[in-house]
Design a protein around this ligand. Structure first.
Ligand code: SF4
Length: 286
């Protein structure tokens, strides 16, 4: 079996930025402890969706929480790369928390677009997966936004077809399947008056394009099961697909019959894990 590495793969700029901030913060607060004890660094939600990254940060003392109510007043809290809505920012202020914001600049741009649409009176439509951390933050920017992951979708406003009098402002989660986003926007445009900034981020698009262009007979995507961009890479592949989040999972995979295996990784998958996985694969005898 030959093993080919797809480019680009692995950390995007947004993840690099978030992890640099986390590392600096841990170094600073633990090297110069207040009243003789290192301060705890809290992070609201997983800073990025990767189990290896999270366990390393946990080992360095970072505490991950699902709600700001779990963070003691006057503590330091990080916001993850996926961003948060205005209600969470206000709550942090009310609880006197020191915030270190690791929101990716591309996610911030989508928040600005949603806010702008809402302020201008457009009904905001978010193309994304309801429940994903990025979408939970985005919906906080508008009143009664609609979240859709396909078209047609029952949650879209019940406006009769052809009546384009009620404008919609459409934005998208940055890690969706780029082709799905295009299809959904086209579908909405056929029925509604639409202003749209909906698109995935560049890192997502480039990784998906590399996967779509791969001509081998199987693809291994390295990344965690809760990583949206990892799962989308599996989805857009045009060949048999495997996913693994740890070396143990890679070792358990059965590549029988595979002659040409491509390997790529999600935008939150660390490069040291990627290199170790490729080395393991190249030593195998299939
Ligand atoms: S995948 Fe895109 S939006 Fe998400 S952190 Fe990376 S660059 Fe930012």
């Amino acid at each position: 079996m030959t093993v080919e590495i797809l480019q680009p793969h692995g950390f995007c700029a947004g993840v690099e930025n978030a992890l640099r901030k986390a590392s600096r913060l841990l170094d600073a607060l633990q090297a110069s402890p207040a009243d003789g004890r290192p301060q705890t660094v809290y992070c609201l939600h997983e800073i990025v969706h990767n189990e290896l990254v999270i366990s390393k940060l946990r080992a360095r003392g970072m505490v991950f929480v699902d709600s700001l109510s779990q963070v003691p007043e006057f503590s330091t809290v990080m916001f993850s790369a996926h961003g948060v809505g205005p209600t969470v920012r206000a709550e942090a202020e009310n609880r006197n928390l020191r915030v270190v914001d690791a929101t990716c600049p591309f996610v911030e741009r989508v928040h600005r677009a949603a806010r702008d649409f809402a302020e201008r009176g457009l009904r905001v439509v978010v193309i994304g997966h309801a429940g994903h951390a990025e979408v939970r933050g985005l919906v906080g920017e508008a009143k009664n936004p609609v979240v859709v992951d396909r078209f047609p979708h029952p949650a879209l406003p019940a406006i009769p077809a052809g009546d384009k009098s009620a404008p919609l402002g459409v934005v998208s989660q940055t890690t969706m399947n780029a082709d799905d986003v295009d299809r959904i926007v086209q579908g909405i445009r056929r029925c509604y008056q639409v202003e749209s900034t909906a698109e995935v981020c560049r890192a997502t698009k480039e990784r998906q394009d590399a996967v779509k262009n791969f001509g081998g007979d199987a693809l291994l995507v390295l990344g965690s099961a809760n990583s949206s961009n990892t799962l989308r890479l599996c989805e857009v592949a045009r060949c048999r697909t495997f996913r693994a989040g740890t070396l143990e999972e890679v070792a358990r995979l059965d590549f029988s019959g595979v002659e040409r295996l491509g390997v790529t990784s999600g935008a939150s998958t660390p490069e040291d894990f990627f290199a170790a996985a490729v080395e393991l694969l190249r030593k195998r005898k299939e």
